[in-house]
Design a binder for this molecule. Structure first.
Ligand SMILES: Cc1cc2nc3c(=O)[nH]c(=O)nc-3n(C[C@H](O)[C@H](O)[C@H](O)COP(=O)(O)O)c2cc1C
Length: 232
């Protein structure tokens, strides 16, 4: 299996970095191919604008999706973006590795999605959800949060973690046809001791080696929909 890990953390000594290191080591030892996009180390620019493109569909008004469609058809993505798109095309499994910041992904990762999941690459031409362009691939969020599991339970102040990750699971992964693997969530890694951190990493190894067996979050059954609205 070919795995792309998009790593969004600025500190090599962070728990997120330990998770990515664990994933690279574990997956390669099991015979899988792994590529890491280390966004901070690459200096990845999360700002999406005309610099995404070498082609121009309309020089007067910037319509990102129209520019993406043209760039997809004519090979007009900027080199650093084309390189990320190539990795996305290449992989069978996409892992987004990030800390929860303000109940969402860090801006550098959101920007990676905004720029890389382009029309003609990830969706477009009526291809979304069960006919999405990325169908056949899988995706998983591997995340850390500052709060404990109780804070992210139904009774916690933020509610269930699955609701916080819904924009990624439904709006990005399912929308583009990716099969959604249940997220791997590490709670409060900075408030546990070394033994507990090691135990979390061991659990993560097991998850990585059993992505087939891991629970999946089903996308919408589009047979029940007219367009994007469920039939009554
Ligand atoms: C800008 C910023 C925003 C944060 N927002 C949240 C948040 O909304 N909820 C939360 O539980 N923790 C939040 N945290 C804490 C981080 O999630 C936590 O420190 C991180 O997951 C720990 O992993 P690390 O050591 O690999 O960074 C935030 C941290 C930063 C720097």
């Amino acid at each position: 299996m070919r795995v792309l890990i998009v790593h969004a953390h600025h500190e090599p000594k962070s728990f997120n970095a330990a998770m990515t290191d664990t994933a690279v080591r574990t997956l390669r030892a099991a015979g899988h191919e792994v590529v890491v996009s280390d966004l901070y180390a690459q200096g990845f620019d999360p700002v999406s604008d005309r610099r995404n493109f070498t082609t121009v569909a309309d020089a007067a008004v910037l319509k990102q999706q129209a520019e993406e469609a043209l760039a997809s058809a004519e090979g007009g993505f900027a080199p650093e973006l084309a390189a990320e798109i190539e990795k996305l095309d290449w992989c069978d499994v996409l892992i987004l590795q990030f800390p929860i910041w303000w109940l969402g992904p860090p801006a550098i990762l959101k920007g990676w999605i905004d720029r890389v999941f382009a029309v003609g690459v990830a969706y477009g031409g009526g291809r979304w959800f069960d006919r999405g362009r990325l169908k056949g691939k899988r995706a998983m969020c591997a995340v850390t949060v500052g709060g404990g599991a109780d804070v992210y339970s139904d009774r916690g102040v933020y509610g269930a973690i699955k609701n916080i990750l819904y924009p990624l699971h439904r709006g990005v992964f399912a929308f583009t046809g990716l099969e959604v693997v249940e997220p791997f969530v590490v709670y409060a890694p900075n408030r546990i001791d070394a033994a507990e951190r090691a135990a979390w990493l061991a659990r993560y190894e097991h998850r990585l080696l059993d992505l087939d067996g891991a629970p999946k979050i089903p996308g919408p059954d589009m047979a029940e929909f007219d367009g994007l609205v469920r039939r009554r």
